[in-house]
Design a protein around this ligand. Sequence first.
Ligand SMILES: *[C@@H]1O[C@H](CO)[C@@H](O)[C@H](O)[C@H]1NC(C)=O
Ligand SMILES: *[C@@H]1O[C@H](CO)[C@@H](O)[C@H](O)[C@H]1NC(C)=O
Ligand SMILES: *[C@@H]1O[C@H](CO)[C@@H](O)[C@H](O)[C@H]1NC(C)=O
Ligand SMILES: *[C@@H]1O[C@H](CO)[C@@H](O)[C@H](O)[C@H]1NC(C)=O
Ligand SMILES: *[C@@H]1O[C@H](CO)[C@@H](O)[C@H](O)[C@H]1NC(C)=O
Ligand SMILES: *[C@@H]1O[C@H](CO)[C@@H](O)[C@H](O)[C@H]1NC(C)=O
Length: 430
Amino acid sequence: MKVPTMFICTSASLPQISCKKMFFLLLAVSSLSLFLHNRGRFIWTIKSFKWASNTSCSLPSAATKPKHMSIAFLKTHKTASSTMQNILFRFAEHHNLTVALPQRPCDHQFCYPSSFNSKFVHPYTLPAHIITSHMRFNHSEVQRIMPNDTIYITILREPASMFESLFSYYNQYCPSFKRVPDSSLETFLKEPWRYFRPTEKDSMFARNALTYDLGGDNNHRASDKAYVKDFIANIERIFSLVMISEYFDESLVLLRHLFSWELEDVLYINLNMRTPSSRRSLQQGLPARIRIWNALDTQLYNHFNASLWRQLDALGPDCVAREVQLLREARDRLVRGCFGGPQPQPRPANQIKDKVLRPWQPSSKVTIMGYDLPLNASYLGAKPGSESRDRCLKLIMPEVQYSQRLLQIQSLRYRRRLSDVLRRKLGRAP
Ligand SMILES: *[C@@H]1O[C@H](CO)[C@@H](O)[C@H](O)[C@H]1NC(C)=O
Ligand SMILES: *[C@@H]1O[C@H](CO)[C@@H](O)[C@H](O)[C@H]1NC(C)=O
Ligand SMILES: *[C@@H]1O[C@H](CO)[C@@H](O)[C@H](O)[C@H]1NC(C)=O
Ligand SMILES: *[C@@H]1O[C@H](CO)[C@@H](O)[C@H](O)[C@H]1NC(C)=O
Ligand SMILES: *[C@@H]1O[C@H](CO)[C@@H](O)[C@H](O)[C@H]1NC(C)=O
Ligand SMILES: *[C@@H]1O[C@H](CO)[C@@H](O)[C@H](O)[C@H]1NC(C)=O
């Protein structure tokens, strides 16, 4: 190995060892003095490196990577999935995409709780870019109607709070809950098998609802480790992102990276919430009992919550915090623009003047809140039907009404396309 001549170790009078030592000593001293002289600049460099890390953190711009537009969102029950669906509906409408919607006999869901079948899809809504209405998942059936570059996503919620929500929402709907004499969650959990009938209508809401929605067997023995492992592995293979309701904004950061979407594409207002009086906090010991009763969902949740946080850690906590902050700021601006205030006041449905904004009510015992659009907020001057008023309206439009709206728009587009084809054919005819 050649020693560079600038290091004056060629002198034969110096033994090899001390020459090496001298070299390292010199190196250390010069590094130290360089650092002391330029301390300010070093720190500045580190800082700017940190700032610059929002370039690696920031998303590929639309110019470098087009937005992804083929999406299957498995909408689970009572998990903030209505809010996510509203984001997807608005994205689709804004980009003129087609959303696969249910045939009329299926209601606004794909004939849930039946396993999804491609026949459930309204023909005017095919070929589709996005599918997001409630279904019980069947991958091969969804594949039949979706483009082959479809990205699958879904959302899970912590089982104890989710079950409390299901119990309250479907109290008058699901026989396993209706049977409970005092309509109390405690009573149900004391002896669930006394009220629960696995084969009865709507029983999937009363045990492992997430597993059921994802196409699994919600009454499978939770001690069957091989079953749980296979089931989770299968979900992991199909779904590129499993969002977590408790970390909704963080999940949206990952979603934006996955789809190369802009901030504007993921702004939202919480939809389909209950009044505070229909909510209840869980007494000590209850969450643990709920998690045992819903042991499959609990394993599912624990697994995917852990993997969400692994993905967030990979992006870097600073980056995630910054993106969440940007999201909340942009959302606040939009909300102020639409409602004239920082936060729209949710109201019970019977107080909402505009019928198109009244959410569906599951029973008389629980009130699902919605919003009214003030007729005079800061989009004032914008007339009904104008773009900005329309944008605000869609932000708070409940699922059933928005599905009907999209079906109307898409049916019109379908018929127009059909008549164009016919006209061209007739025009060409001799
Ligand atoms: C990084 O983020 C900070 C704070 O959000 C911002 O002030 C700065 O301009 C950003 N830097 C770049 C290069 O985008
Ligand atoms: C969507 O369609 C409308 C009407 O056909 C058109 O004016 C608009 O430019 C389209 N928007 C996009 C993003 O393609
Ligand atoms: C899912 O669909 C496939 C056909 O695409 C069918 O063979 C299978 O039985 C379905 N699964 C369920 C649970 O219905
Ligand atoms: C996806 O579909 C397109 C057209 O429908 C086809 O050309 C392409 O080969 C398909 N890709 C794969 C990986 O199947
Ligand atoms: C989700 O995972 C994170 C990271 O491990 C943990 O801190 C958090 O408590 C978990 N959340 C819930 C609701 O279990
Ligand atoms: C909007 O109208 C309500 C009553 O209808 C009124 O109290 C409020 O001050 C008005 N807001 C603006 C910004 O004009």
